[in-house]
Design a protein around this ligand. Structure first.
Ligand code: ATP
Ligand code: MG
Length: 546
């Protein structure tokens, strides 16, 4: 297998070579407090992808140790999204909260070893006593006798005390340069209902204590996570070393995915949903996986994007146009071509008899003849896009203009005649004459026709909403949010534009999620909620410089 290794694979190669591990085992640990977004796909691709590459295993584990805000709706959605991307945990689906009994036992073990104590500092006081770079933290409760801590911890568990009255703290190093090592809290009192365990517990372990234990109990060899956990790694290792877990997992951090004009944070995305600024988690403008799916993105294009971004140790900002390029490339190959007229204006072909109809063959894909052709009906009354006509044409305008000739795609060449205007100056209808001699071939006299425009005959058109999207946010680099601003100050008012359009009649049969290229306009997907709408996934060309 001759290919380049990323830095995680280099570490794994070494661990395998040194006999530290036999089989790679990773996990993906989402917190079920929202829907997955495209950043999670990067983590999924690394967790599942690395396991697959080494013939190993990857677990799916709901990180539900924190009883707040968790919901089975999210658990189901997370599973659906992961399968949609093509990753599979097989029979290894777990909940972090299933280890609460073990967490408790390991906490007792630490107390008995003199490595944890019950502290009575309030949250504010703990902040006050945490010290700074030149002064150590302090706690008057650090030397509490083991027996007393055991007794208090049990009573904490039994619900004798209100929230915040006591905490259990690991006894590590109050002078550590790493503040996470200054006797971190590992258990807190929370009289809160847990979505799976009800009211069984009123003390809950912190993430930093529970996560390494979960990894160790599941036999995880490499616990891959994003960079913000790097500073927690010494604590992760301390837990593994000081409780008698059966395995020694190793944490490795990678850079988070950051994308231009996009905020990848469930908290922000939930705010967008709950404040009604978008139409739900699957609004096609959202960077959630369900939003991207509804927009028309395929799972494969998103995984392809993550693999092109690669795995690095340093944070960076990825241009959203790379994601667009991935779906464009895929759909350019696979999407059948169709015609849509976004802003229809009526065209009458004066020399074409009323009631007459003819059929022209249009290819479903110009580069893939095996995808066949379809017949489009030509009649006297047609529609073209308002953008393809100019009453006063700018230089080099080769579409329809007074006295000009233009090719109707796949059909006749027409010459523009009388233009009838509405009272407000807008175009009511355009009259033209067709060169009926040449059909869809070249003109007999060899004259050159520079422009080709798309069209629909009245009988071959149905009404549909075609929805054009732009970035939700106008702020290009989300890490550069000015201190006095919020992301909601940068919402793009033009992020959604609905066109009451005409589309080819055969699109009546389009099923939810079917994807097409609307010629000259971009790639579109039939909406999964509104059967009468098409979402633009991406335009045909990169919008750079627009
Ligand atoms: P958010 O801030 O959106 O809530 P999170 O990190 O809290 O994200 P979790 O559900 O806890 O979300 O994340 C599960 C896994 O996904 C973690 O291992 C985390 O490192 C990873 N992850 C989350 N966001 C990104 C991202 N933007 N890029 C890469 N990995 C990510
Ligand atoms: Mg989280």
């Amino acid at each position: 297998m001759e290919e380049t290794r990323n830095f995680i694979e280099e570490i794994i190669d070494k661990d395998l070579a040194e006999g530290k591990i036999e089989k790679v085992h990773t996990r993906f640990p989402p917190e079920p407090n929202g829907y997955l977004h495209i950043g999670h796909c990067k983590a999924l691709a690394i967790d599942f992808g690395t396991a697959k590459k080494y013939g190993g295993l990857c677990n799916l584990r709901m990180d539900d140790t924190n009883p707040a805000k968790e919901d089975t709706e999210y658990v189901d959605a997370i599973k659906e999204d992961i399968h949609w991307l093509g990753f599979d945990w097989e029979d290894r689906f777990f909940y972090g909260s299933d280890y609460f009994d073990k967490d408790y036992e390991y906490a007792l073990e630490l107390i008995k070893k003199g490595l944890a104590y019950v502290c009575e500092l309030s949250a504010e006081d703990m902040e006050k006593y945490r010290g700074d770079l030149t002064h150590p933290a302090t706690s008057p409760y650090r030397e509490r006798p083991i027996e007393e801590s055991l007794d208090l911890f049990e009573r904490m568990k039994n619900g004798e005390f209100p929230d915040g009255k006591y905490t259990l703290r690991a006894k590590i190093d109050l002078a550590s340069g790493n503040f996470w090592m200054r006797d971190p809290v590992i258990y807190r009192i929370k009289h809160m209902h847990h979505h799976r365990h009800g009211d069984k517990w009123c003390i809950y372990p912190t993430y930093d204590f529970a996560h390494p234990i979960q990894d160790a109990l599941e036999g995880i060899t490499h616990s891959l996570c994003s960079l913000e956990f790097e500073i927690h790694r010494p604590l992760y290792n301390w837990v593994i070393e000081n409780v008698s877990v059966p395995h020694t997992p190793r944490q490795i951090e990678f850079a988070r995915l950051n994308i231009t004009n996009t905020v990848l944070s469930k908290r922000f995305l939930r705010l967008m949903v709950e404040s009604g600024r978008v139409d739900g988690w699957d609004d096609p403008r959202m960077p959630t996986l369900c939003g991207l799916r509804r927009r028309g993105y395929t799972g494969s294009s998103i995984v392809d994007f993550c693999s092109r971004v690669g795995v690095a140790k340093a944070n960076s900002l990825v241009d959203i146009r790379l994601l667009e390029a991935c779906i464009r490339e895929e759909l350019n190959e696979t999407a059948p071509r169709r015609v849509a007229v976004l802003n229809p204006i009526k065209v009458i072909v004066d020399n074409y008899p009323e009631g007459k109809e003819e059929f022209f063959d249009l290819p479903n894909h110009p580069q893939h003849p095996e995808m066949g052709t379809r017949q489009v009906k030509f009649t006297r009354e047609l529609f073209i896009d308002a953008e393809d006509f100019a009453l006063v044409p700018p230089p080099k305008f080769f579409r329809m203009k007074p006295e000009g000739e233009v090719r109707l795609m796949g059909a006749y060449i027409v010459k523009c005649g009388e233009v009838i205007l509405n009272d407000d100056g807008s175009v009511k209808e355009i009259h033209c004459t067709a060169d009926l001699e040449t059909g869809n071939g070249m003109p007999a006299d060899g004259r050159k026709i520079k422009g080709t425009i798309h069209w629909l005959s009245k009988e071959n058109a149905i009404e549909r909403d075609v929805i054009l999207y732009e970035n939700l946010l106008t702020l290009e680099d989300p890490s550069k949010l000015p201190e006095d601003k919020e992301y909601t100050d940068y919402l793009n008012p033009d992020s959604k534009k609905v066109c009451h359009a005409l589309v080819e009649k055969n699109l009546e049969e389009a099923k939810a999620g079917d994807k097409f290229q609307f010629v000259r306009l971009g790639y579109f997907a039939s909406d999964t909620k509104d059967a009468k709408a098409f979402n633009r996934i991406v335009s045909l060309k990169d919008s750079k410089g627009k």
